[in-house]
Every structure is written in structure tokens, then in C-alpha cells.
Write a protein that binds this ligand. Sequence first.
Ligand code: IPM
Ligand code: MN
Length: 354
Amino acid sequence: MKKKILVIEGDGIGKEVVPQAVKVLKKVAEKFGHEFEFDNALMGHCAIEATGEPLPEETIEKGRKFDAILFGAVGDPKYDNDPTLKVRPEQGLLKIRKTFELFANVRPIKLYDELLGASSLKPEVLSGSDIVFFRELVGGIYFGERARDDNKAHDTMEYSVSEVERIARKAFEAAMLRRKKVTSVDKANVLDCSRLWRETVTKVAEEYPEVELNHMYVDNAAMQLIKDPTQFDVVVTGNMFGDILTDEASQIAGSMGMLASASMGNEIALYEPIHGSAPDIAGQGIANPLAAILSAQMMLTLSFGMKDEADAIDNAVAQVLKDGYRGPDIKDAATPEELVVGTDAMGDLVVERV
Ligand code: IPM
Ligand code: MN
């Protein structure tokens, strides 16, 4: 098969981990006789520096011509404490999500047995956890009207029935292929948006009689996730709750450096590790590339329907961990120093095993 992949490394460790995923994809192409064509585009702080825009028109135009987008991260500490900066790297990511209507953000929380000791949670609590989050990605408070004057600011949360229906359907369809359980997370005891959310998800559930649906308030969900993560199968929730809960849930898998994601709409999809630009470790060659590599794996499965190829990456990652290799983020007290590897070496270990 011939496929065109747009590569957006972005900022910080995005520039380090994405090339590892590209390396792995090139190996897959060679092994399975595919032709993957790569091209690069700018987004985030690097794009602002180069063009003044966090998402240049050129990146969008390129995106329209490609089969999938592989993305790293955006963000730079320069913006963190300076409210006078109106143009921000994150706007690029929000705009690309909106431009391509990438409404479904799929974030699997996959726990490798080898990493049971890497989490700060007890192994007996974690063991058997396997969750997929469906986070609504182009609505809610992220995209509502907002404004600020001197002493006041507001952000608006808004959801329509059709926005909730389409993400709910994705979640139920995924549940049908898994353990047939959906937990919908909201704050319906306070928010009208959440009451509409709950009502709509309940209606969609009627189309999937085999799937068991339960509703949970977001505060309780935050607690249940670390108390008893094995109770969850598919979780569906709005944009901001999904953002927060998936960072929390990453600790079930041991590290943010292990979590991949897919942002899907009706056409092109974007694949990205959930970890962000991590300025604190950027440029040191120690970032864990496995989340980026597993994002490439999701691309093969979801955009290209390449099951054997995706399995090859999955198995290679599992084998690297079985062989004892760890990045600094997932090592534990028992990891021998010589098996702690940096970004590039970790990429090579996966390539060798594909
Ligand atoms: C994520 C990130 C983004 C978000 C930021 C960078 C805008 O945290 O993809 O989870 O909040 O959606
Ligand atoms: Mn986030």
C-alpha cells in the first residue's frame, strides 16, 4: 500500500520522540512491502517563531492532501506566565482539531505487565486494568465563547445533542468489540451541559442493548480510577473532563510516556502521544518515545487497516519491555543501570524487534 503521512513534530520532546516513530514506520514499510511517504509541517511555538502563526495555512493545506497526521507536542515555557502573549502554541493544536473536525479523541490506557512496578499505585490494584477513553475533542469549554477584561474573565461550556451523540456512538461501538461496558462521566448534579450529556448518552445506549451503561460524576470518577481501575472498560466524557482524567489515568500505565492517542473525525485522523512538550526534559535525549511509537501503531490500525503491521509494533514494544529495557520514566528500583536507555536507543530497540 502507498500512504502519505504528514509529520508535525511540534515543540519540546515532540522533536525527539516523533523521529523515533518515523523510524519504526519506515521499518514496517520495508518489512511489509509498503510505501510510506513523509513530509514535515510546522505547528506550535516553532511555527509562531517561523511564521507568526501557531498553525500556518501551509500546514492545513498539506494536511488535506495526506492520509494521516503524526504529531508530537506543542508548548513552550515562555508562554506560561505571560498573559500578554495572545498568540499561543496550544491554539495551533486546538485549531487543527477544529479544522479537521477531530471530535473523537481515543486514549487507550494499556498496562504492560512488565510495568506493574513502574506506577506509584499498588500492583494488586492495577493488575488487569484495560481502559479506553473517548474524549470529546472539538466542543465544550475548550471552544465556547471566552473573554477577559481587567478584573473578570469567562469561558463558556456548551454542548449540543448531535455533538454528544457522535462521540457516544464511537464509545458504544468500541465497547461492542471489548467488554461491552461504557461509563459516561459528567457533572450532572451541577451542570446543564452534563444533564444534556447524560440524557443523550442514555438515548444512544438504546441502540446498543448489549452494552451496559453507567453514569458517574467526574469527581467520583477521578477517585474510582485510582481506587479500582479494573471496573472501567470504555469511558466517554467531555473535552475538559477527558483532558484531566486521561492524565490521571496515565499513571495506571506507569507513565505519560506510554500513552498514545488518536484524534478522529470523519476523514483524516491525527495521532499523538498524550504527554505534551515536557520542556523540563526536552533536549536531553531521555524522553520516552514509546507513546509516539504506539501512536504510529494506532495509525496503522485505525487509518490504514494494517493489522499485522500494527501487531508487529505492539509485539516489538512488548518485547523491548520483556527484555528489560526502560526509559528513565518507567524504570524502577530493580532496573539495572545498563538497561536504562534514552530516546534514540529505545527507538532502535523497537526497530530491531519489528
Ligand atoms: C492534550 C493537551 C492539550 C489539551 C493542550 C496542549 C491544549 O493537554 O492533548 O491533552 O488540553 O487538549
Ligand atoms: Mn492534556
